[in-house]
Design a protein around this ligand. Structure first.
Ligand SMILES: [Zn+2]
Length: 313
């Protein structure tokens, strides 16, 4: 049984995941990075012990998926937006010492990609791109079953490939990145910009816009149409660049995927004619709300388990 740890900007989830990728127990805590790394480590340790007790099992290994940047091979955090003070801390080494088992860590999008490839919608797809669309856009690229890594094991930032140089400012300092045009908050800010008097603006979210679109609200429908276009453009770029077997879509915005999927597929059909797009699947993540947590466990299997391709790095 693998102890899984999913470290995000707002919460840390911990669980016991069995060999079929099922969640056997689960706990979570707010990340509260301002309390310091030592506090987070204590909480993770306590939650792992409690999760093992609840699942009535021994922890045989620990997998971590975390918001990055991080160094997957050394286990160190880089300069993470949400907890810059944790830079250089090493949860892999620390949990190995505490639990006396092997520990592996990956960027959370790579972890989710591995989870979907191992136990979810991406099974048997060796060239797989996982894309998560929520407050940002992230993703993991698996080529021939292996996590694609850049120079110095860096994680490619697919959410920041450029779609429109005249587009909105992005958190990365550039303009018109995919994320700045098609992540959930982009739907809200665009609607706000075209209709400052829109009656539902207060507390508006991407989810609410999708609900309003389903109810026939014309401005919400227009926003969904625009979202479909920009999501589709980014995905079409990935199809043309990688010609993968499958793209698996997850994240909170994709809970409303039925509004976007037909339009996305149409755009891919029209714009990816130089690659065999018809052989490629665009599907939805199937591991649900725990995809990051389940993916974290898969990180351990990928690095150390028999199913992971013999110690694949
Ligand atoms: Zn950007």
């Amino acid at each position: 049984m693998i102890g899984a740890v999913d470290i995000g900007g707002t919460k840390i989830a911990v669980g016991m995941i069995d060999e079929s990728g099922r969640v056997r127990s689960r706990l979570e805590s707010p990340t509260e990075p301002e309390r310091g790394y030592a506090s987070a480590l204590e909480r993770i340790t306590a939650m792992l012990r409690e999760a093992a007790r609840r699942a009535e099992c021994e922890i045989t290994g620990i997998g971590i998926g975390s918001t990055g940047p991080l160094h997957p091979m050394t286990g160190e955090f880089g300069n993470v937006n949400f907890f810059p003070a944790w830079e250089g801390e090493n949860p892999v080494r620390d949990l190995e010492q505490r639990f006396q088992v092997r520990v592996a860590m990956e960027n959370d999008a790579d972890a989710a990609a591995l989870g979907e490839a191992g136990w979810g919608a991406g099974r048997n797809k060796s060239r797989l791109i996982y894309v998560t669309v929520g407050t940002g856009i992230g993703g993991g690229v698996l080529l021939d079953g292996r996590v694609y890594r850049g120079v110095r094991d860096s994680h490619p930032e697919i959410g920041h490939h450029l779609i429109d140089p005249s587009g909105p400012a992005c958190v990365c300092g550039f303009h018109g990145c995919w994320e700045s045009l098609a992540a959930g908050p982009a739907m809200v800010s665009w609607l706000q910009s075209i209709a400052p008097d829109y009656p539902y603006l207060s507390g508006l979210t991407a989810k609410r816009i999708c609900e309003l679109a389903c109810q026939g609200d014309p401005l919400a429908r227009k926003t969904v149409e625009r979202e479909t276009y920009y999501l589709g453009l980014g995905l079409a770029n990935l199809v043309t660049l990688f010609s993968p077997d499958a793209i698996v879509l997850g994240g909170s915005v994709m809970k409303s995927a039925s509004l976007f999927l037909d339009g996305i597929r149409k755009l891919v059909r029209e714009s990816c004619k130089l690659v065999p797009f018809e052989q490629m699947e665009i599907s939805l993540a199937s591991l649900g709300d725990d995809s990051n947590l389940i993916g974290a466990a898969r990180v351990w299997h990928y690095r150390f388990g028999a199913t992971g391709g013999s110690g694949a790095q």
